[in-house]
Design a protein around this ligand. Sequence first.
Ligand code: FE2
Ligand code: FE2
Length: 165
Amino acid sequence: MTKEFKWSDEYSVGIDEIDEQHKTLFTLINRLHQAIMHREGSAACVGILNELVDYTRIHFSLEQTLMRVGGYPEYEKHCGLHKALVDEVEALQQKIASGQAAISFELLQFLRNWLTRHILGEDMKYGMFFKQHGQLQQQNVDDWTEQSRDAMSKHKKKSSWWKFW
Ligand SMILES: [Fe+2]
Ligand SMILES: [Fe+2]
């Protein structure tokens, strides 16, 4: 049986708000783990998976804004990777909806890898870039953080996931 997915400092990209959003993604994956373990049923599992995908979409778009305002040279490439990740998980959602796949521990493992490989492999790169080049001015980060929190709190209000978490 898979264990809880724990956050550790190795996942930190050095930007607090990004780390907070990544932690929420971990929390959602753990919530899905619990739902599978306690056999909460497919409707509950699908609901959590949908929330994970919605939250991921918002996170990606906020991350892209940050990379753009920070002048990150691999911005285009990173956007392409985000798109590929979303396509991959959307294909999975469709398979589940049509009964070709079920929400299982294997799927959970896939989602964990999907998330951690991207954070450790790609998000870390812009984190390092910003640290080394100092191109991300504090004012940009502060403005972006404010924008992000606003977007996330709007999402929180309309999302059902937050109600039972
Ligand atoms: Fe990313
Ligand atoms: Fe990210």
